[in-house]
Design a binder for this molecule. Structure first.
Ligand SMILES: CC(C)(COP(=O)(O)OP(=O)(O)OC[C@H]1O[C@@H](n2cnc3c(N)ncnc32)[C@H](O)[C@@H]1OP(=O)(O)O)[C@@H](O)C(=O)NCCC(=O)NCCS
Length: 227
């Protein structure tokens, strides 16, 4: 099996148009068991859409035709969400994957395993002063308040993207990810007070907020697909 994982960011604005086949035809037993964790029908649909897009990206890069050969699991034994673990043909895959969903939108990022990648779609982030002062540092608030409606969702999505790309296994706390500087295509940040190497950013405005991806600057072909 030949595998190469060019960095890819795939954004789908409305997954309902994808025509996803019946789950049992393309999910593994363990994936079906993860799906059964979700009771809410819209969360189930989001989970399925994220898996459908992610598994097809992995299968294409691994030159695998059968989607059940690709397995993506993102739930720990403790029941908490975790960074997706990918295997192909029963072997751990040499890729990193990040998934986000919000309403009908799905964002998936994939890169080779020596890289870091994290994605997030932020929708309807509350525009109140109290929300900003609770979850953001003074420096972040200053940056956001230059253009609240555009910058607030970007700042929120970047924090989550950085957590997904570089999190150390601790629980998600927006305050633990600090945005130090946000330039055109690069973000500098700290997690729990420790500097993170600069990350390249991809930012897109959406109907209700923003979608962002961050990745570490390792060599490798870059591909960005949108639909
Ligand atoms: C990461 C997190 C904040 C995102 O929540 P959200 O904004 O509501 O949801 P998003 O749609 O943007 O992201 C969900 C996806 O993030 C991924 N994810 C979950 N936990 C993750 C983590 N710790 N690191 C990286 N990715 C994670 C999953 O792929 C999940 O999608 P899936 O369930 O369909 O596979 C939330 O999932 C979370 O709190 N996870 C951590 C749980 C935790 O504390 N675990 C213990 C330490 S690992």
């Amino acid at each position: 099996m030949i595998s190469s994982y060019p960095r890819t960011v795939r954004y789908v604005a409305n997954f309902e148009k994808l025509g996803i086949p019946q789950a049992s035809t393309w999910l593994t037993e363990l994936e079906l068991s993860e799906l059964s964790f979700w009771k809410d029908s819209s969360r189930r649909s989001q989970w399925l859409a994220g898996r459908w897009i992610a598994k097809r990206l992995v299968a294409r890069s691994s030159q695998v035709d059968i989607l059940r050969e690709v397995e993506i699991l993102s739930r720990g034994a403790d029941g908490l969400g975790k960074s997706p673990a990918v295997s192909v043909g029963g072997m751990a895959s040499a890729c990193r994957l990040s998934i986000s969903h919000s309403n009908q939108a799905i964002l998936v990022g994939i890169a080779s395993s020596h890289a870091r990648i994290g994605v997030d779609v932020a929708s309807c982030v509350p525009e109140t002063r109290s929300f900003r002062s609770h979850w953001f540092s003074d420096q972040e608030v200053k940056w956001i308040e230059n253009d609240v409606s555009n910058r607030l969702p970007v700042a929120w999505a970047l924090k989550e993207s950085i957590f997904k790309a570089c999190g150390d296994g601790s629980k998600w706390d927006p305050r633990s990810v600090e945005l130090v500087s946000i330039d055109k295509n690069q973000v500098r940040s700290r997690i729990h007070g420790l500097d993170v190497d600069p990350l390249t950013t991809w930012v897109r405005a959406t109907n209700q907020g923003a979608a962002t991806a961050v990745w570490s600057n390792t060599s490798g072909q870059e591909v960005s697909l949108c639909s």
